[in-house]
Design a binder for this molecule. Structure first.
Ligand code: ATP
Ligand code: MG
Length: 386
């Protein structure tokens, strides 16, 4: 008897021409998440991904696999030869292991992929049910609302299981195009990336730092956050760009109170170039309406004016506490609150404009050589593949 995890995907996943693409992506993502835990082998059999592994590792493996979107179920299965005796032994094994402590109701639920198997599904349900009733005095049948379902999948082999974990839902990564997350070191942007990944977007990240005004650790923190996020987003690219010179130019040539707005507009212009080059279809930010001065409607619209792609703001209507709760759930919160200065906090004016007008901002920008500054910033690019 072999122990395996069987992963089944949401319905949408199974339809359409891109099925193989999603499947390969999901498989890569799952294997990246579990590579440090260890497994023996993987294969696909009629729309399920099987991962052969020591059952002592099941808990640890399930915890990591659960982070992949688009999964409907993760089942802890036992693979045996296709005969009633071996199937019964496997069912006995799982019940002895997990359901001996008290009385339970159960039903058998067979799915017969191999139609040539001697028992059809209702016959196997009835026969295996009888064998289990004879064997276990603490079991009784309830076909409508059982405590335990004993699943039997008849394929090339038989798979028997009782333990099923529900997946995280969402859409498989890659089903909603590819986007670029503006990833600061804060709490909000990793949560924003998580939320768009949940809707099937392949998320890459750009981080703007201001070395040497900001520390190397601040820079590292964004990379660490991207690594934590990648448990959900799967493999991603992180672009890291130095804005120090742009901040210096703004400080010398513009009204200090406009620093945040002006720098955000540069972030958008640089992101435009990355999107042109890499084919990203949208930007993602962690903005939430009214949270800070740069997140008033006036600021948002002046910043948006410099973006050539749609800006998705999945947190726009959420309260800070809800965002924090999600950050805790997905495991990015502790990293986010590590205190390192980011460029915005160092250069942030004491009294930022909260209702900027586009024409005044554009007037300030006449004092800057925008194109040259954007190109020079792009020359500082570092790309990390996670
Ligand atoms: P966060 O918690 O994500 O830092 P915040 O509440 O601090 O957000 P802002 O500082 O106004 O809010 O930033 C709004 C959004 O702009 C961020 O969520 C992020 O998407 C983007 N952003 C801000 N600073 C940077 C940066 N240094 N690099 C990349 N993106 C940034
Ligand atoms: Mg921030």
């Amino acid at each position: 008897m072999e122990s395996l995890l069987a992963i089944s995907f949401g319905e949408l996943f199974l339809k359409g021409a891109n099925r193989k693409y999603f499947f390969d992506n999901a498989r890569k993502h799952i294997l990246a998440n579990i590579k440090n835990i260890g497994y023996e082998d993987t294969y696909v059999e009629s729309a399920k991904l099987y991962i052969k592994a020591d059952e002592n590792k099941f808990d640890a493996l399930v915890k990591e696999i659960e982070k992949v979107f688009g999964i409907a179920y993760i089942d802890e299965v036992y693979k045996v030869n296709k005969n009633i005796d071996d199937i019964f032994q496997a069912a006995k094994y799982t019940i002895n292991k997990d359901y001996k402590d008290k009385n339970y109701t159960f039903k058998v639920e067979t799915t017969r992929v191999d139609k040539s198997f001697e028992y059809d599904s209702p016959k196997l349900n009835a026969h295996l049910g009888d064998l289990l009733l004879d064997e276990f005095k603490n079991l009784s049948v309830d076909i409508h609302n059982p405590d335990i379902k004993v699943y039997v999948d008849i394929k090339n082999n038989a798979y028997v299981y009782t333990k099923r974990h529900k997946g995280l839902g969402g859409l498989p990564i890659g089903s909603s195009g590819e986007g670029l997350l503006l990833l600061s070191g804060g709490i909000d942007s990793p949560v924003a990336g998580f939320m768009m990944a949940k809707r099937g977007m392949m998320v890459n990240a750009v981080h703007f730092h201001s070395y040497p005004f900001t520390s190397k650790q601040a820079h590292q923190k964004a990379e660490d956050l991207a690594r934590l996020m990648s448990q959900y987003t799967g493999p991603l690219k992180v672009f890291s760009i130095n804005l120090a010179n742009i901040y210096k130019e703004i400080a010398t040539n513009c009204d200090r109170r406009e620093t945040t707005i002006l720098s955000r507009r540069f972030m958008m212009r640089i992101s435009n170039k990355l999107a042109d080059k890499y084919g990203f279809k949208a930007f993602i930010t962690g903005e939430s309406l009214g949270q800070v001065a740069s997140q008033t409607l006036e600021s948002i619209s002046v910043i948006e004016d410099s973006a050539n792609y749609p800006i998705l703001r999945p947190l726009i209507g959420l309260d800070k506490q809800d965002i924090i709760n999600t950050a805790i759930d997905i495991g990015t919160y502790d990293k986010s609150i590590e205190a390192y200065d980011d460029c915005c906090s160092i250069f942030a004016p004491d009294k930022p404009v909260t209702k900027p007008k586009l024409k005044y901002i554009e007037r300030s920008e006449e004092n800057l050589n925008i194109e040259r500054l954007v190109d020079e910033a792009l020359e500082t690019i570092e790309i990390i593949e996670i």
